[in-house]
Design a protein around this ligand. Sequence first.
Ligand SMILES: *[C@@H]1O[C@H](CO)[C@@H](O)[C@H](O)[C@H]1NC(C)=O
Ligand SMILES: *[C@@H]1O[C@H](CO)[C@@H](O)[C@H](O)[C@H]1NC(C)=O
Ligand SMILES: *[C@@H]1O[C@H](CO)[C@@H](O)[C@H](O)[C@H]1NC(C)=O
Ligand SMILES: *[C@@H]1O[C@H](CO)[C@@H](O)[C@H](O)[C@H]1NC(C)=O
Ligand SMILES: *[C@@H]1O[C@H](CO)[C@@H](O)[C@H](O)[C@H]1NC(C)=O
Ligand SMILES: *[C@@H]1O[C@H](CO)[C@@H](O)[C@H](O)[C@H]1NC(C)=O
Ligand SMILES: *[C@@H]1O[C@H](CO)[C@@H](O)[C@H](O)[C@H]1NC(C)=O
Ligand SMILES: *[C@@H]1O[C@H](CO)[C@@H](O)[C@H](O)[C@H]1NC(C)=O
Ligand SMILES: *[C@@H]1O[C@H](CO)[C@@H](O)[C@H](O)[C@H]1NC(C)=O
Ligand SMILES: *[C@@H]1O[C@H](CO)[C@@H](O)[C@H](O)[C@H]1NC(C)=O
Ligand SMILES: *[C@@H]1O[C@H](CO)[C@@H](O)[C@H](O)[C@H]1NC(C)=O
Ligand SMILES: *[C@@H]1O[C@H](CO)[C@@H](O)[C@H](O)[C@H]1NC(C)=O
Ligand SMILES: [Cu+2]
Length: 579
Amino acid sequence: MAISSRLPAPCYLLMAATLMLLIVQAQSITRHYDFNVQMANVTRLCASKSIVTVNGEYPGPTLVAREGDRVLVRVTNHVAHNMTLHWHGIRQLRSGWADGPAYVTQCPIQTGQSYVYNFTITGQRGTLWWHAHISWLRATVYGAIVILPKLGVPYPFVAPHKEVPVLFGEWWRADTEALVNQALRTGGAPNISDAFTINGLPGPLYNCSANDTFKLKVEPGKTYLMRLINAALNDELFFSVANHTLTIVEVDAVYVKPFTVKTLIISPGQTTNVLLTAKPFYPKANFYMSAAPYSVIRPGTFDNTTVAGILEYHNPHSASESSFNKGLPLFRPTLPRFNDTGLVTNFTSKLRSLATPQYPAVVPQSVDKQFFFTVGLGTRPCPVNATCQGPTNTTQFAAAINNISLVLPSTALLQSHFTGMSRGVYGSNFPVMPLSQFNYTGVSPNNTNVATGTKLLVLPFNATVELVMQDTSILGIESHPLHLHGFNFFVVGQGFGNYDPVNDPTRFNLVDPVERNTVGVPAGGWVAIRFLADNPGVWFMHCHLEVHTTWGLRMAWLVLDGSLPNQKLLPPPSDLPKC
Ligand SMILES: *[C@@H]1O[C@H](CO)[C@@H](O)[C@H](O)[C@H]1NC(C)=O
Ligand SMILES: *[C@@H]1O[C@H](CO)[C@@H](O)[C@H](O)[C@H]1NC(C)=O
Ligand SMILES: *[C@@H]1O[C@H](CO)[C@@H](O)[C@H](O)[C@H]1NC(C)=O
Ligand SMILES: *[C@@H]1O[C@H](CO)[C@@H](O)[C@H](O)[C@H]1NC(C)=O
Ligand SMILES: *[C@@H]1O[C@H](CO)[C@@H](O)[C@H](O)[C@H]1NC(C)=O
Ligand SMILES: *[C@@H]1O[C@H](CO)[C@@H](O)[C@H](O)[C@H]1NC(C)=O
Ligand SMILES: *[C@@H]1O[C@H](CO)[C@@H](O)[C@H](O)[C@H]1NC(C)=O
Ligand SMILES: *[C@@H]1O[C@H](CO)[C@@H](O)[C@H](O)[C@H]1NC(C)=O
Ligand SMILES: *[C@@H]1O[C@H](CO)[C@@H](O)[C@H](O)[C@H]1NC(C)=O
Ligand SMILES: *[C@@H]1O[C@H](CO)[C@@H](O)[C@H](O)[C@H]1NC(C)=O
Ligand SMILES: *[C@@H]1O[C@H](CO)[C@@H](O)[C@H](O)[C@H]1NC(C)=O
Ligand SMILES: *[C@@H]1O[C@H](CO)[C@@H](O)[C@H](O)[C@H]1NC(C)=O
Ligand SMILES: [Cu+2]
């Protein structure tokens, strides 16, 4: 201490600050997880079903890490299905090999094989999730990712008493793999689900299900952080808690300016952190928390059931806790009508980035590359002499981006790119705008057939991109939650009808637009996003309604390496699965 005692006070402060910085940096650790993909028998709606799980858990284990940590997940496949896992929303900077979509960034992990997903969580904190990214296996193979802020860094909102992951899922009595394979054979729509679930539990509104109800126990006056995740396959969901409000503080692992609602909307792929403050005094009542779908498609063609969990007040000092809440009145929230587009628009227009010096919204102010994509449904002709169950008996359902239905190759796109062996695997000529223009939200063209192909859209490193996605009315307008892998983007504008390239950009928000990884293209409308192509690799973009992805509403970007060493895709890990 003799030396430092001679130093002036500012030096101590500087040393202390440096030490703090070192401590904070030293806190970044490597987190190891073992994910064993295995079958498990679970009983829901009075029937036992054999499902694919991770470690026998449904929903799967929660992955917890801090911003800055490295995560190593060893996935071992013990089931008969091929498997890949995707870490939804994780940026995967230069580590595209760990992203997970089958035949895009990797070949599947086959039965008996293992693969270590190796990635670092950079510049993100909040809630994300992981799920299977092959066929429809994500129906049961999914779980939460909780990213805590760096040690010592507080939330930009009141510290919650407790944090609870709340995962919405979708349950079929039938085997979902059989169901989707059958739909692909007939060209028809896969059967709709039988129930929605909260943390794997359908709850009291379904027959034979009251014992499988998620309960959130709260204490009067305390604040809870609910980490909402929509892991359903095909349904955007409204969510509300009776007699309580929800304060939105973060979406897709980015903080937002807080605002309070009675009902929120969450699309498949999206995550939303909300604060719920319990009533100041014990209310002598129980409250449903409920979710039900938002959809503008024909009633009967989507699961319109409601899932409920129960918010229970409990007295931490009461001994006989289990009987405490019996026989109390039960309040239900009023959920909007299934097609309440007005509420959805109101909600999404309230989402704004926090945009503070600590959490800035780095919105590209100028644009190097502009693209216009139509997203929507379409048809494919039925094979000769076959009968199909598409929109007509001579067609199959299809879906496309710029009228191209992406056909996945039999090897992975990222490997083909990295090894320079793309010939015969993919073309680099994805159209930057629709090849044929029409009144996108007006009368549909007579020819509704889509083209098929495996084409990438190539971006130079660090290009700033503006993409307008336009819904079409082919086979009916519909809201499509589009998910981009490898990036967050800013939602700079949205509207109904056809995008107007002259007037609409004048209303873009380039100051504090919400930053996210999945955005709903409004039904019969458009959305404009901007992002910086700072992550070299092949990045999938697709509708997160699984039925639409299956029909082909998907494409992929190829972001080239930059010139500096730290701007290049890292080489593939040695255990990368082979096709
Ligand atoms: C599931 O149940 C079936 C039929 O009872 C049984 O054969 C199988 O071993 C069970 N599987 C697991 C993983 O427990
Ligand atoms: C994870 O990836 C990093 C960066 O490429 C590498 O240095 C490290 O060795 C990898 N770890 C394992 C266990 O593969
Ligand atoms: C729920 O659990 C109780 C107590 O274990 C049992 O008596 C009842 O039959 C169960 N109800 C259903 C619908 O499974
Ligand atoms: C819950 O809300 C309903 C409808 O607004 C109201 O009638 C009821 O008194 C409230 N109950 C409690 C316990 O706050
Ligand atoms: C759900 O859809 C079915 C079929 O269209 C309809 O009969 C039923 O009334 C709907 N239920 C609700 C709660 O909207
Ligand atoms: C919502 O659905 C109801 C019942 O099918 C219908 O009467 C109403 O016109 C629809 N509203 C909108 C905005 O489409
Ligand atoms: C949307 O917000 C506006 C303005 O706050 C309000 O007047 C309108 O009733 C809201 N519409 C819906 C469907 O919630
Ligand atoms: C379709 O059916 C007709 C009549 O049975 C037969 O002549 C023809 O070869 C079939 N075409 C194909 C492509 O199978
Ligand atoms: C297809 O539908 C048309 C019109 O409904 C009908 O006349 C025809 O027989 C059907 N074809 C087959 C092969 O089912
Ligand atoms: C496109 O279709 C809509 C809906 O039918 C119609 O209102 C609009 O005038 C059409 N626009 C053009 C440019 O034809
Ligand atoms: C569709 O076909 C009909 C009759 O063949 C024609 O009158 C109409 O203009 C066509 N519509 C479009 C949008 O091309
Ligand atoms: C698993 O993937 C490999 C490689 O693409 C493929 O050859 C094989 O047919 C697939 N197996 C199953 C059961 O789908
Ligand atoms: Cu879609």
